[in-house]
Design a protein around this ligand. Structure first.
Ligand SMILES: Cc1ncc(COP(=O)(O)O)c(C=O)c1O
Length: 453
């Protein structure tokens, strides 16, 4: 591209977005795109929510920024209270940051510091899952389990061990019940903890519903109950990453509500600010907070922009739209309508192997052959081609390659806004059908490149 921006992918041509209108983005040429993935599951209220915009403008006019090592600020206090009002015990404190990777870094460091303060400084290992994504900063990348994203940075990454994700479509054995599958995965986690030395493990980290790397994969029933038991047995913290799947995206404010467990730490970001301002947070269990405060007295961390007043004011308005504005209550019924449309359009498609998801968070896994679940040859770059065709059709969706192991497999992630209407769900499915057909019909195009969150 011309100009001086170092774009995400300098070889790609990006249309210039100039306006947002409800569920649509509009580029400089006036072309309208139905935003069916909120970028990467960010824009949960669409692109022109007056209440959120006005809350930010109002805050900016009053106070834009006051550094949090000198001052607290009103929207930060109010947002923390609002989040805790809707969070189950023992979650009791909120540490604000500016995005998902920062939230993961803070959670990892807080987990480590907790054990140091508690007199267990030998705890140094973190266990996470393969095919997970927790962010691109070095700590978050180390925890992430996507081989492609990690590969060239491997020498800079701290040592983290990875166990299998809960990915029923490919991980569950034939004839295996959900219960036995969950049990088998929990046993693998426990064996890993014992192998490392149970008293040396800090935390197990997982996305409650896996987003970017697997494509909206919910766990089988009972999985997180078993995981919670294993963690509790060994004094290991459970850190859930709800940066993508939380804040109502799966139909409940916290995705873990559907699992009947509560994590010790949970990270949130994308839907928290809904794209109107950059913001993230770590929700912290009371015991962790108390241990740190009664110990050294402070969390040895911090960034310049944490608790930014305008970002917190925007996120507070988002919370109000979800609860008082009734938008959270729309997610389950609209999700059911989206699911029905996806199953009707793609249930018998020869190249759709699996349709999975929860709430308004859905994944469509593409395969070369449904019976054998054989993926497309990665050199065909099917997901990149779907993205290109979808953009041409005026649809923003989030296709990714490497679903199976970081190299093989393709899926499309869908995360439409909670304000979406039924005719837009029809438009979404029709445009997606066209994009998939065009991508699969077209010749391999080597100039195409993968997208990133
Ligand atoms: C589950 C998950 N965790 C963390 C992140 C990182 O968030 P950010 O891109 O805001 O740093 C992402 C981003 O896609 C994510 O999906």
């Amino acid at each position: 591209m011309t100009g001086h921006v170092f774009h995400r992918n300098p070889l790609d041509r990006y249309p210039v977005a100039v306006r947002g209108e409800g569920a649509y983005l509009i580029d400089r040429e006036g072309k309208r795109y139905l935003d069916a993935s909120g970028g990467a599951a960010v824009s949960c209220l669409g692109h022109s929510d007056r209440a959120v915009i006005e809350a930010i403008q109002h805050q900016l006019a009053k106070l834009a920024f006051a550094h949090t090592s000198f001052f607290s600020n009103e929207p930060m206090e109010a947002l923390a209270d609002a989040l805790i009002d809707f969070a189950p015990a023992p979650l009791d404190r909120v540490y604000f940051v500016s995005g998902g990777s920062e939230a993961m870094e803070a959670a990892l460091k807080l987990a480590r510091q907790y054990f140091v303060e508690k007199g267990e400084p030998q705890r140094r290992h973190v266990i996470a899952r393969r095919q997970s994504y927790h962010g691109n900063t070095l700590g978050a990348l180390a925890v992430g389990g996507n081989q492609w994203r990690r590969k060239q940075f491997e020498p800079l990454l701290v040592d983290v061990t990875h166990v299998a994700p809960c990915y029923a479509y490919r991980g569950k054995r034939s004839g295996e019940s959900d219960e036995s599958y969950a049990e088998r995965l929990a046993a693998e986690l426990e064996a890993e903890i014992r192998g490392l030395g149970a008293d040396t493990v800090i935390a197990f980290v997982a996305e409650t519903v896996v987003g970017a790397t697997l494509g909206a994969v919910p766990p089988v029933p009972g999985y997180f109950k078993r995981v919670r038991e294993v963690c509790d047995r060994h004094g290991v913290l459970l850190i859930l990453d709800e940066v993508m799947c939380g804040m109502g995206r799966c139909g409940t404010l916290w995705a873990f509500e559907a699992e009947g467990i509560v994590p010790d730490l949970v990270t949130i970001a994308k839907g928290l600010g809904a794209g109107y301002q950059p913001i993230g947070a770590v929700m912290v269990a009371q015991g962790i907070y108390d241990t740190v405060v009664r110990g050294s007295g402070f969390f040895q961390h911090g960034h310049t922009y944490l608790g930014h007043a305008a970002a917190c004011a925007g996120a507070l308005a988002v919370q109000r739209r979800l609860h008082e504005g009734g938008l959270l209550a729309r997610v389950q019924p609209l999700g059911a309508k989206l699911e029905a449309r996806l199953r009707a359009a793609f249930g018998a498609h020869p190249n759709v192997g699996d349709i999975r998801g929860r709430g308004l968070f859905w994944g469509v896994e593409l395969v070369a052959d449904c019976a054998s679940k054989k993926p497309f040859d990665p050199h065909l770059r099917v997901s990149a081609r779907v993205k290109k065709e979808a953009m041409a059709a005026g649809l923003v969706c989030y296709p990714m390659g490497g679903t199976i192991d970081g190299a093989r497999g393709d899926h499309i992630l869908l995360a439409p806004p909670f304000i979406v209407e039924e005719p837009q769900l029809d438009e979404l499915v029709q445009k997606l059908e066209r994009a998939i057909s065009a991508a699969l019909a077209g010749a391999p195009q080597t100039e195409l490149h993968e997208s990133m969150p």
